[in-house]
Write a protein that binds this ligand. Structure first.
Ligand code: ADP
Ligand code: ZN
Length: 432
């Protein structure tokens, strides 16, 4: 069964008409209600009348993460607060999160695209959904939750953590569907093996996303849990999970094109690449009220596949994310920029701004270690002083990044210098 055949399987010409009309409405909305977008459009000397069809999209200004940060918290909203019924946020640079506001219609749209996602994975009202994405400001938990309710499934809002208890409930309640990050799915799978309860599970399907994962990880999750594993993609700025989703083919993710228009650009020239080439994914939301975004640069690298999909959906597919055009790391689901680490280190006169970040994955959990050089004049063998400093820096990093690293204060001049662009990160995880 297809959740909303009318949209998912409509012809490309008809889709183009809907996209153009929704794009016009969106541009009028942001021009009328968002001083930020009005100013940006005025700077380019364009008015809403200049945007008539999807082809006019290229005339519009880009939006980037720093636009949201600079206009924190609600500066990009295009609806009055009295119409906003939910706020979400994702980790952002320099401690300020990226905030998204949703009207009632937006929440409805969001649950609809997740309902499509779950239906595309063969799920329905007799399923029992174990939602182990984090609940709270993070979009994963409540996002997936609303879609599962929308298809009439039984929903267990278990959130993350407390892994053994989760598995106990999963067996007791007979959960058939698991939603979480792919790395947590692998961690759950290992714990299930250790607890020896695999044959008590009724799981048959899983939806995983919020971080990059490889086909090899998919195979491992499928084999270890005995399920079919589907990829879901999304980002807070655009909506949250459900922007695109795997169908039963598990070959690329269909983009909900009646809600989001994708473009692929060259991150250097900012010009669209030739059809089918890899570049940076850009989204314009065309059915949002609370916080529509024009040409939002995701910094995620992928390509679009226009060949028809055997499943019958006509929405274009995006391939798995192949990397990022910036240096953002996703560590245990939290977005971390090396510049955030640097800005914290600069607050401490005892350490030099020479640092190196090591990320790895051990037992399916990301490890996060930062080595920082001490300044020669502060380098001492007074252990309690060093420990105290290390504690203070770790505490500050934890509060700015939203995730605590293992901090190692190292001798002056022990971190390798480079002659060219400095390399601050060694990421040993093979996530792309
Ligand atoms: P979330 O709240 O889902 O973590 P964020 O806005 O914090 O959303 O992060 C979004 C980013 O997470 C995306 O730009 C992308 O880099 C990554 N991401 C989300 N889903 C996937 C996925 N299925 N595959 C690869 N990367 C993903
Ligand atoms: Zn398909």
């Amino acid at each position: 069964m297809i959740w909303n055949e009318t949209f998912e399987c409509m012809g490309r010409d008809e889709l183009h008409l809907i996209q153009s009309s929704r794009l016009r409405e969106t541009v009028e909305r942001v021009y009328a209600n968002s001083p930020f977008y009005r100013r940006k459009m005025q700077e380019l000397s364009i008015t809403p009348e200049d945007i008539q069809t999807v082809e006019d999209l290229v005339k519009l200004p880009f939006t980037v993460k720093t636009d949201l940060r600079d206009n924190y918290p609600f500066g990009l909203f295009s609806a009055p607060m009295s119409e906003i019924v939910r706020l979400h946020a994702s980790s952002g640079t320099t401690g300020k999160p990226i905030v998204a506001g949703y009207t009632r219609k937006d929440l409805n749209t969001w649950s609809e695209i997740l309902a499509r996602t779950f239906t595309a994975g063969g799920c329905g009202k007799s399923d029992i959904f174990h939602i182990a994405f984090g609940y709270g400001l993070f979009t994963g938990g409540l996002g997936a939750h609303s879609g599962a309710e929308r298809i009439g499934a039984s929903v267990i809002p278990i959130s993350t953590g407390n892994t053994e208890k989760q598995i106990q409930l999963m067996t007791d309640f007979g959960s058939t569907v698991l939603c979480c990050t792919p790395s947590y799915a692998l961690y759950l799978a290992e714990t299930i093996e250790k607890m020896g309860v695999k044959d008590k599970l009724r799981l048959r399907t899983g939806f995983f996303g919020a971080e990059p994962w490889t086909e090899a990880m998919r195979t491992e999750i499928q084999n270890k849990l005995g399920i079919k594993a589907y990829d879901i993609y999304g980002l807070t700025e655009v909506m949250g999970p459900g922007v695109s989703y795997n169908c039963s083919e598990q070959n690329g993710m269909h983009i909900n094109e009646d809600m989001f228009i994708p473009e692929i650009i060259d991150p250097k020239t900012l010009k669209p690449v030739a059809q089918g080439e890899i570049g940076e994914l850009v989204f314009t939301t065309i059915y949002k009220e609370g916080m529509p975004v024009l040409r939002y640069r995701t910094k995620d690298l992928t390509r679009l596949v226009y060949e028809p999909c055997p499943c019958g959906r006509s929405f274009v597919r995006m391939e798995k994310i192949k990397g990022r055009s910036d240096d953002m790391l996703i560590i245990r689901g939290v977005n971390v920029f090396p510049t955030q680490v640097e800005s914290v280190l600069l607050e401490f006169p005892e350490v030099a701004p020479h640092y190196h970040i090591f990320v790895d994955r051990v037992n399916n959990t990301d490890t996060f270690e930062i080595h920082v050089e001490m300044r020669p004049e502060c380098f001492s063998d007074n252990l309690s002083r060093v420990l105290d400093l290390s504690k203070r820096i770790t505490h500050r990093l934890q509060s700015v990044l939203g995730i605590g690293p293992v901090l190692k204060l190292v001798e002056p001049n022990s971190i390798q210098r480079t002659t060219g662009k400095s390399v601050h990160v060694t990421d040993l995880r093979k996530v792309y």
